[in-house]
Design a protein around this ligand. Structure first.
Ligand SMILES: NC(=O)c1ccc[n+]([C@@H]2O[C@H](COP(=O)([O-])OP(=O)(O)OC[C@H]3O[C@@H](n4cnc5c(N)ncnc54)[C@H](OP(=O)(O)O)[C@@H]3O)[C@@H](O)[C@H]2O)c1
Length: 328
């Protein structure tokens, strides 16, 4: 089959469409004929050699896909050849076919095309598991989303609104903030010229945000604690601003706050805290919202798989809004 591979780590130009061996499925796996895959920021790091796939995962890039079931393992009872699905992958999505544990597969929500469904698994599972399952966002609460224009951010805005929360977002461009507003964000903060802590406190009468979904990390740690409401949760899922910061425990205690940090890719397939558990919750709670049209996949642009390098350049350059897809 054809897949995107690299002879050596490096820039987008190292990504080439080449012939590779077919993936093999185990008894609990499903083989998917890939219709589309989507970029994640972690793909850029993996391409550069700075984010190795978890042990046992494919070295081919791609942490999510959509497509059609082409074969099922002997112990797989809930999927059949021909089913249209999307899936969370540990790797291997930038290819014509991929093998994936059945527990990581989701049906395509009603009303979503097979190609568009590639935009959903990673952001749906990341946002739902962190904002709803871990941080427990409540109706009437306030959610602050850093990076509102990202794949993650565009899903978090919609999930926050569907949960009945007030949603505040940060982004570096006014046009992106305007589009976040169209998705439901109540307050847009241009982080390149505004102090997000001041804006959050002003927008909440000094109360702060009940849940903060953060993709920046160390650089925002102090500000995020300052912007947290009483009993609030800061959920760190990205470290674009560094991994090591100083935590003011006094300030955290004064807010009775929680700092949570999670990564989806390395979670086990089944059991407590697994991808399977998150997939089940997403299908049960978030998919009905997608089927009803209150949460939609937000797609920036669809490239051909052979243009993976151009797609990576677009993400690295910034300025995209939502997910970047590669159609196979
Ligand atoms: N832990 C997990 O399980 C998990 C899973 C998926 C994704 N993630 C993380 O989530 C983040 C988003 O992923 P993605 O694939 O959706 O990437 P993406 O579309 O490329 O988005 C990156 C976002 O980061 C924002 N950003 C960068 N610096 C910022 C700052 N100082 N303040 C506010 N926002 C800032 C950018 O906003 P501007 O363009 O406006 O600058 C952009 O919206 C990445 O850090 C990724 O690693 C984590």
């Amino acid at each position: 089959m054809l897949a995107i591979t690299q002879e050596q780590f490096g820039g987008p130009g190292t990504l080439r469409l080449t012939e590779v061996p077919e993936p093999e499925i185990g008894p609990e796996d499903v083989l998917i004929e890939v219709a589309a895959t989507a970029l994640n920021r972690a793909d850029l790091l993996q391409r550069e050699g700075n984010y190795p796939p978890p042990p046992g995962a494919s070295v081919i890039l791609g942490m999510e896909c959509s497509g059609t079931v082409a074969a099922v393992g002997s112990k797989v009872l809930n999927w059949r050849v021909g089913d249209e699905v999307c899936a969370l992958l540990a790797g291997g999505g930038y290819a014509e076919r991929v093998a994936v544990p059945a527990a990581q597969i989701l049906p395509i929500p009603a009303g979503v095309s097979v190609v568009s469904a590639a935009a959903l698994p990673e952001v749906a599972c990341t946002v739902w598991s962190n904002v709803m399952m871990r941080a427990g966002l409540q109706a009437g609460g306030t959610l602050l989303v850093h990076g509102g224009s990202s794949g993650i951010g565009t899903m978090a805005i919609q999930v926050g609104k569907a949960a009945g929360a007030t949603v505040l977002v940060t982004a570096s461009r006014d046009d992106a903030l305007e589009r976040c507003g169209h998705l439901g964000a109540d307050v847009g903060i241009n982080y390149s010229r505004e102090d997000f802590v001041e804006r959050v406190l002003a927008a909440t009468d000094g109360r702060g945000a009940d849940v903060i979904l953060d993709v920046v990390g160390a650089k925002y740690l102090h500000g995020n604690i300052s912007a947290l409401a009483l009993d609030g949760s800061l959920v760190v899922i990205g470290m674009q601003g560094g991994a090591r910061g100083e935590l003011d425990l006094g300030a955290l205690m004064a807010r009775r706050g929680a700092v949570i940090a999670t990564a989806l890719r390395a979670r086990p397939v089944t059991g407590p805290g697994s991808k399977g558990e998150i997939v089940t919750a997403v299908v049960g709670h978030l998919w009905p919202l997608v089927a009803a049209g209150s949460v939609v996949p937000v797609i920036d642009r669809v490239f051909d798989l052979s243009q993976a390098g151009d797609a990576h350049r677009r993400m690295a350059h910034g300025g995209h809004f939502g997910k970047i897809l590669l159609q196979v």
